[in-house]
Design a protein around this ligand. Structure first.
Ligand code: NAD
Length: 263
């Protein structure tokens, strides 16, 4: 018996990194099926090859209202309901400093980073809302240490993740008592998280930064860098009504102790 027996979930950005680990763990916890929203057909093929008929994959852009609606509808059409939305697709800014960008670049990067990290979450919530009210389900959004502290990115990424805190609180307020709304805030994690095309960083990956793993591990009180799997238990807990039905508007920090790190 898993903690999510018979549940149906939708995970955005579920082809790689933290999202993919959540898909795998949800299936292991007994999910009847998981909808996965991905960016490309290649990513879709890889998921179907690994998870077969336990997943229904939608290719789309989280900034598109129609693509979010299509992902929700594909999930409900295949598995009959929706219990859990995991908004997770994101882009990082590779510490882009305001003064190193032209004002034009700032405007474009703002639109891209906030488009994926904030608008993408709002649109997913909107598309899934009626189905989650019907099932008494929940929403979980992936935030970051950058939702609370400076230094985990440049101003655009940090501001986008801080915005996620407000989004979670206000959606939790709006959707109570029917739908719980919570977040998970990972710290530095070994994933291929990319940058924005508007800064020419769409092919750069976080995990390829020289020395990234050691520098995060050394800076954190727990002295290791997380793998995507290290965060998945938090998503299971928050999704499981039997285990967290009194929890809404909460954000679980999974960051190896960022707040208490030595300066
Ligand atoms: P990842 O790149 O493996 O996952 C992000 C996914 O989002 C990718 O599969 C990508 O294809 C998808 N995506 C990006 N833009 C999209 C778009 N416009 N439409 C649809 N899909 C899109 O990286 P990850 O680290 O697993 O990132 C997942 C979440 O974790 C993000 O929200 C990120 O901000 C957050 N996070 C990551 C770290 C870290 O150190 N890796 C730390 C804190 C928070």
């Amino acid at each position: 018996m898993g903690w999510l027996n018979g549940y149906v979930a939708l995970v955005t950005g579920g082809a790689s990194g933290i999202g993919r680990a959540v898909v795998k763990r949800f299936i292991a916890e007994g999910c009847a099926g998981v909808g996965v929203m991905v960016r490309s057909a290649d990513q879709a093929d890889g998921l179907v090859a690994e998870f077969g008929d336990k997943v229904v994959v939608s290719v789309g852009d989280v900034r598109s209202p129609a693509d979010n609606v299509a992902a929700v509808e594909a999930t409900v059409a295949r598995f009959g309901k929706l219990d859990t939305l995991v908004g997770n697709a994101g882009v990082w800014d590779f510490f882009a400093k305001l003064e190193r960008m032209s004002t034009e670049q700032v405007a474009e990067s703002f639109d891209e980073i906030f488009g994926v990290n904030v608008k993408g979450y709002v649109l997913a919530a909107s598309a899934a809302a009626a189905h989650l009210r019907a099932s008494g389900g929940s929403m979980i959004f992936t935030l970051s240490n950058s939702a609370f502290y400076a230094g985990g990115g440049g101003p655009l990424y940090v501001a986008s993740k801080h915005a996620g805190v407000g989004l979670i609180k206000q959606l939790a307020y709006e959707f109570a008592p029917d739908v719980r709304v919570n977040g998970v805030a990972p710290g530095g994690t070994v994933t291929p998280l990319r940058g924005p095309a508007s800064l020419g960083k769409q092919e750069k990956r976080l995990s390829e930064i020289p020395g990234f793993e050691d520098s995060v591990a050394n800076a954190m009180p727990l002295k290791f860098i997380a793998q995507p799997e290290d965060h998945t238990g938090h998503y299971v807990l928050l999704a499981s009504k039997a285990n967290s039905r009194a929890t809404t508007a909460a954000i679980l920090q999974s960051d190896c102790g960022w707040e208490i790190r030595p300066m």
